[in-house]
Design a protein around this ligand. Structure first.
Ligand code: NDP
Length: 619
């Protein structure tokens, strides 16, 4: 989508028209003109400072990341030994715990910073917090726990309760250290054990360590001039201050009745909390830099008739069906059939409607682009049909490909802008100019407010060890921070050469899915397999061989080029390193397995079936 010449533009137009004709699509839009509009919208958002436009939550903002939910505990430091330590008590850590328990590992220790299980759902309790992925596939271990979610898209309290139920079912409360942060870990070669230190003075020895720190666990703030000067109240959405706003994640923010509130950011979090802020604030100013794409939610209570019909094995089947759908594969039936699968369904339906259609690779890509334009036209038309003020409606229309940013789904978000007490301050891609003692400045105007809510997201492009908050000293005393200084180096995303019996879970060169818990479950099952194999075969330690690691990193880099091209044309954001592809980092989605999750899970399955731990060095 680079700026095409006039001749090039005509050629693109013809190509789009040819593909549309082959696929029987009637285009109600001009794809070449839209492509040009997308390019302009991206270009005006590109900025020199990239990710450096954000600042860490330190100094006078350090309290922003204090735990507002738990009573601080005090306890004696531990000096003990367990078979496996799991770092993180979110879904990744819980699934690892559950699968290790199933594999017979009794001696476990889970280390978690929060005051309970839940991970992201422990911290993110802002009003309206809800999962965008269907609960029947997002909540893991539903059949194991014999639980059916109450509604199609669960709200945060139900999700948090489910994490607690998993912990109870697998006796994980017995072995958890809450309010505890790992400060470092070192491999003791003599004893073939990891020695893990924490901020409570613990010294825990473990044969295995599995890390599931979470990819978006460190909130960030914009490094806007004057941010320290504001004299009113402020907080970040990931630690919602209910003592100030009143209410709960269900809303009822009575403390805001007489308050003028500003919210900075309009990402997936803001889309969910803005309807509540709009309902309760005396006046709400929404400072927008880039609009989110906001599709219908269509939430509904779970139907007892549907529930009755479920057969054993339904959950895995539904989870896998969704995964195939959102990876662009064919399925007889789109089980979930929501906004996530919609765009892919459009493409596969086109193919089904035209069984004789033969498309070249380039034409398939163009068909994908056309389906994306079509979908985004629908999203833009939705904004226009809901928001009464035409200028506000126009400002809320996103001009980029659907997956350039996290898509959102909500049935009250756009409607909120019809309230007389809500003002959208669209910064036309620039962001707010500055913050003053009294409020927020944009375009020469000062918006005086009592409170600023930062919905500005989480650190993404900082190094793995900086995000996790601790370093790992491997077999030859090399710190992981040094080994990974130029990027992640793993085999299958799990292990790194020189770090025996140490397993990474989460987004470390893995098969990423839109349904994160599916990915974490596959990883946990794989982890349990490897650990069972090691325990059952008198093996002391396993680690990635240098050759296997090199080959995997090679695959990741080779396959990443295609995704890189896609994201290079995207509007800036944390998905594409703020538009700076190829520099210090490539963004949230880069560095994952470019062959997609279906292929990645198949690779893991075949590797397990082979049973030889190929690519691992055994001692
Ligand atoms: P995001 O990083 O997605 O959003 C940050 C927002 O802040 C963006 O709108 C950004 O604009 C804006 N922003 C940043 N700097 C400025 C500035 N100087 N002036 C004005 N605006 C600014 O964070 P979120 O917390 O919204 O979401 C993070 C992730 O959490 C999601 O992407 C998703 O993965 C997850 N999430 C998942 C949910 C679920 O249902 N499972 C629900 C909620 C969140 P710009 O776009 O221009 O950069």
């Amino acid at each position: 989508m680079d700026n095409p010449s006039k001749g090039g533009e005509k050629m693109m137009k013809d190509k789009y028209a040819e593909v549309a004709a082959k696929a029987g699509m009637e285009l109600a839009f001009d794809p070449a003109a839209l492509a040009e509009k997308y390019r302009q919208e991206r270009d005006k958002r590109l900025r020199e400072d990239g990710s450096a436009q954000y600042r860490e939550i330190t100094g006078q903002f350090a309290h922003f990341i204090d735990d507002p939910y738990a009573e601080p505990i005090s306890r004696e430091p531990l000096a003990d030994e367990v078979e496996a330590v799991i770092i993180g008590g979110g879904f990744g850590g819980l699934l690892a715990g559950a699968r290790l328990r199933e594999a017979g590992v009794k001696s476990l220790r889970i280390i978690e910073k929060g005051g309970d299980f839940g991970g992201t759902w422990y911290w993110n309790r802002y009003p309206g917090a809800q999962c965008d992925v269907e609960a029947y596939i997002y909540l893991p271990l539903l059949e194991e726990l014999n639980y059916i979610p109450r509604e199609r898209y669960s709200h945060a309290p139900e999700i948090m309760a489910h994490t607690q139920a998993i912990a109870r079912k697998y006796d994980l409360y017995d072995d958890v250290c809450f309010q505890t942060e790992v400060t470092g870990m070192e491999w003791d070669e003599k004893d073939a054990k990891w020695v893990i230190g924490t901020n409570r003075g613990d010294r825990i020895r473990a044969r295995f360590v599995a890390m599931s720190n979470g990819p978006l666990n460190k909130p960030k703030l914009p490094a806007v001039t004057g941010i320290e000067a504001f004299k009113g109240h402020t907080f970040h959405t990931s630690r919602w201050d209910y003592t100030y706003t009143g209410g709960s994640s269900e809303g009822n923010l009575t403390g805001l009745k007489d308050k003028r509130v500003a919210i900075i950011g309009t990402g997936a979090t803001a889309v969910q909390c803005i309807p509540h802020l709009g309902e309760w604030s005396k006046h709400l100013f929404v400072f927008q830099r880039t609009p989110s794409s906001c599709d219908v939610r269509n939430n509904a209570p779970t139907s007892p008739a549907w529930e009755k019909k479920l057969q054993p094995g339904w959950h895995k089947k539904r989870v896998e069906n969704f995964n195939v759908m959102v990876t662009g594969g064919d399925q007889d039936k789109d089980e979930v059939g929501d906004g996530w699968t919609d765009i892919f369904r459009n493409i596969t339906n086109r193919r089904k409607l035209n069984p004789g259609m033969v498309l070249s690779r380039e034409e398939k890509e163009l068909l994908g682009e056309l389906a994306d334009f079509e979908k985004m036209e629908e999203i833009r038309a939705r904004a226009a049909s809901i928001v009464q003020d035409p200028a506000t409606a126009e400002a809320l229309k996103p001009y980029y490909k659907q997956f350039c940013k996290r898509p959102t789904f909500h049935d009250e978000y756009l409607q909120t802008y019809n309230r007389p007490n809500v003002t959208l301050v669209d910064t036309n891609g620039k962001g707010v100019d500055r913050i003053t003692e009294k409020g927020v400045m944009f375009d020469g105007k000062e918006y005086e407010v009592d409170c600023i809510v930062f919905a500005t997201g989480f650190e993404v492009d900082t190094a793995y060890t900086s995000k996790s908050g601790y370093d790992i000293i491997g077999r030859d005393r090399t710190p992981l921070s040094k080994k990974w200084a130029d990027g992640l180096r793993t085999f299958h995303g799990f292990y790194s050469h020189g770090f025996p019996n140490c397993f990474f879970l989460g987004m470390t060169q893995t098969g990423l899915t839109a349904n994160m818990t599916h990915m974490l479950n596959e990883q946990a099952q794989h982890l349990a397999y490897v650990i069972s194999h090691v325990r059952g075969n008198n093996i002391k330690a396993v680690e990635a061989s240098q050759a296997a690691e090199d080959a995997w990193v090679g695959d990741i880099n080779r396959l990443a080029q295609v995704a890189g091209q896609h994201y290079a044309t995207c509007t800036p954001g944390y998905y594409n390193n703020e538009g700076k592809i190829g520099s210090s980092g490539n963004g949230f989605l880069s560095g994952q397995y470019g062959g997609g999750p279906v292929e990645f899970f198949r690779i893991l399955k075949e590797w397990r079936e082979e049973g030889a731990l190929r690519g691992l060095e055994i001692s």
